[in-house]
Design a protein around this ligand. Structure first.
Ligand code: FES
Length: 205
């Protein structure tokens, strides 16, 4: 698995959540203190700050890769999962706090992602990469199997370094962790087979 990223993150005082995310990651040590963002077609800085939608071409995204784009000052992850990883998701339901994303569905999971894979296309996950506990940025732990800070039957997912919350490859939080909710799925839609629009889901394609 690889993390395909480029560009640079911007941090300013108006983005409190992002500041928290960066500082938590720093405390954890060995974790990137700033998540780089992919450069895409972008609206002006002013429009972005106001929440303009961001268009992303994921035509080059390979199976197993994750890219990060910025939307409203937040990191949005786009992960292309393998068919095996998608198939494993249903087996985890019993270990998850909210496997069907029923809690706060309007806030965390739009209708089109209220399914077993939490996505429009089964293989492509789109989530905001900010922990729902105190706003740290979880780190990729895509490799299955035993490893530090994770259970022996780990199937791959994300680990929040701040207080140990774990999320599966659909961004669903495991039971008995500090994070109260799954990672949020932002509003999004496909403009074509490979073009994603992050931040809007009602525009005519
Ligand atoms: S901020 Fe993620 S577990 Fe506390």
């Amino acid at each position: 698995m690889s993390d395909m990223t480029s560009g640079s993150a911007r941090i300013d005082t108006s983005k409190r959540t992002w500041l928290i995310a960066s500082s938590c990651a720093g405390v954890a040590g060995g974790v990137a203190t700033a998540i780089p963002f992919v450069s895409t077609f972008q609206p002006s800085e002013k429009a972005k700050a106001a929440g303009a939608a961001v268009e992303v071409d994921i035509g080059g995204l390979k199976v197993g890769e994750k890219i990060t784009v910025e939307w409203r000052g937040k990191p949005v992850w786009i992960l292309k999962r393998t068919p095996e990883q998608v198939a494993e998701l249903a087996k985890l339901d019993g270990q998850l706090a909210d496997p069907l994303s029923k809690r706060h569905p309007d806030e965390f999971t739009p209708k089109y992602a209220q399914n077993g894979h939490r996505s429009i296309k089964p293989d492509v996950l789109v989530v905001v990469g900010i922990c729902t506990h105190l706003g740290c940025s979880p780190i990729d732990r895509f490799q299955a199997g035993p490893q530090p800070s994770l259970p022996n039957d780990w199937e791959g997912g994300f680990l929040c370094p701040c207080h140990g919350s774990t999320f599966d490859l659909a961004g669903r939080v495991f039971k008995n962790k500090p994070a109260p909710d799954n990672l949020p799925v932002p509003p999004h839609m496909y403009l074509s087979e490979t073009k994603l629009l992050i931040g809007e889901d009602s525009k005519k394609a």
